[in-house]
Design a protein around this ligand. Structure first.
Ligand code: ATP
Length: 292
C-alpha cells in the first residue's frame, strides 16, 4: 500500500538476548482500523512498543513519510502517535482531569482545554466525575480514561493494547463500539486484541503474528473465513500443532477441533487456573459426554 500513514519494514526487536520480533512488515492507512492478533507472547505488544519508541527496533518504521525508529517516545508522540499500553498506564492517585492533562503535553498550551472538552464529549461518564481518582474508577471506566487520554492530543494514529483486558464482555462491546467514531474523526487505530471476534468486527484488515513473525495478513472478511487458523493461532499452534506433537508419544494422534472464540477464552482461563492444557480439558469433556 503506497502512501500509508504508518509502515513497518522488516522490523526486528529484542529484550536483551531474547528476540521478540523477526522482520515484521505491516502498514496502516490514514483513518484505517487494523487488528493485530496472535497468541500470548507472539510479539503484539512489542510491535506497538517498537512503533511508539518505548523500545528501539532494527529495521525501518516510517510514519507520515518520516523515519521514526530512532526517535524518542515524546518526539514520536508529538508527530501524532498515541499509545494506550496494556494495563492502561494511568496515574491511579491522580484525578480524571489530571490524567487527561498528562496526555495534552504534545499540544500547544492554548489548545489543551479544547482537547479535554472534546474527549469529555466522547466519554460523558468521565465528564460526570472530573475529580474522581483514576484508581477508584471501575475497570471499564479506567479503560475509557486511558483511551480518552490517548485521544486528547488528537493523534493521527492510536495504538491500543488489549482494550478488553480484565473487562466483562458487555463493557468490551461498548468500548469497541467507539472505534468507528474514532476512525471517522480521522484517527487511524492499530488494535492488539484477544477478543478476536470483536476486533474483526471493527477492523478493516488484520495481521496475525506467530512467534514474532507475520503469519497471515488480509482483510477481516477473508480472515473470518479462516476461523480455524485464527483459533489455532490463539492456542499458539498456527503451525497446525507440529511443534507440540514433535515429542508426543506415538500412540497419540493430532486432531483439529473448532471452538467458539468465547468458549476458548473460558477454556484458557480455566487451563491457566488449573495449570493444565486446553487440549486436556477438551479431551476430558468429550470423554465425559461420551459416557453411557
Ligand atoms: P501478550 O498477549 O501475552 O502480551 P504479546 O503478543 O503482546 O503477548 P509480547 O509481550 O510482545 O507478546 O512478547 C513477545 C516476547 O517478548 C515474549 O517472548 C515475551 O516473553 C518477551 N518479552 C516481552 N516483554 C519483555 C520484557 N520487558 N523483557 C523481556 N522479554 C520480554
Amino acid at each position: 500500500m503506497s502512501g500509508a500513514l504508518l509502515s513497518l519494514e522488516d522490523v526486528s526487536a529484542s529484550y536483551g538476548r531474547v528476540r521478540a520480533l523477526f522482520g515484521v512488515s505491516l502498514e496502516v492507512a490514514e483513518g484505517e482500523a487494523v487488528a493485530l492478533l496472535g497468541a500470548n507472547g507472539a510479539g503484539k505488544s512489542t510491535t506497538l512498543r517498537a512503533i511508539s519508541g518505548v523500545i528501539r527496533p532494527e529495521g525501518r518504521v516510517v510514519f507520515d513519510g518520516k523515519r521514526i525508529d530512532r526517535l524518542a517516545p515524546d518526539s514520536i508522540a508529538r508527530l501524532g502517535v498515541a499509545h494506550v499500553p496494556e494495563g492502561r498506564g494511568l496515574f491511579p492517585s491522580l484525578s480524571v482531569i489530571e490524567n487527561l492533562k498528562t496526555g495534552t503535553f504534545v499540544r500547544a498550551a492554548t489548545e489543551r482545554p479544547a482537547g479535554i472538552e472534546r474527549v469529555l464529549d466522547l466519554f460523558p461518564v468521565l465528564r460526570e466525575r472530573p475529580g474522581q481518582l483514576a484508581g477508584t474508577l471501575s475497570g471499564g471506566e479506567q479503560q475509557m480514561l486511558a483511551i480518552a487520554r490517548g485521544l486528547v492530543s488528537e493523534p493521527r494514529l492510536l495504538l491500543v493494547d488489549e482494550l478488553s483486558l480484565g473487562l466483562a464482555p458487555t463493557i468490551v462491546g461498548k468500548l469497541f463500539a467507539l472505534i468507528p467514531s474514532i476512525t471517522e474523526s480521522g484517527t487511524a487505530v492499530l488494535l492488539v486484541e484477544q477478543f478476536v471476534a470483536q476486533a474483526l468486527g471493527v477492523a478493516r484488515r488484520a495481521y496475525v503474528l506467530e512467534s514474532g513473525r507475520v503469519a497471515w495478513t488480509g482483510t477481516t472478511e477473508a480472515l473470518a473465513g479462516r476461523r480455524e487458523f485464527v483459533e489455532a493461532s490463539y492456542l499458539g499452534r498456527a503451525d497446525g500443532g507440529r511443534r507440540r506433537n514433535a515429542g508426543a508419544p506415538e500412540f497419540t494422534e493430532r486432531v483439529q477441533v473448532q471452538v467458539p472464540v468465547g468458549e476458548l477464552r473460558a477454556l484458557q482461563r480455566r487451563a491457566a487456573a488449573d495449570g493444565r492444557s486446553i487440549e486436556d480439558l477438551l479431551a476430558e469433556r468429550v470423554i465425559e459426554r461420551g459416557r453411557p
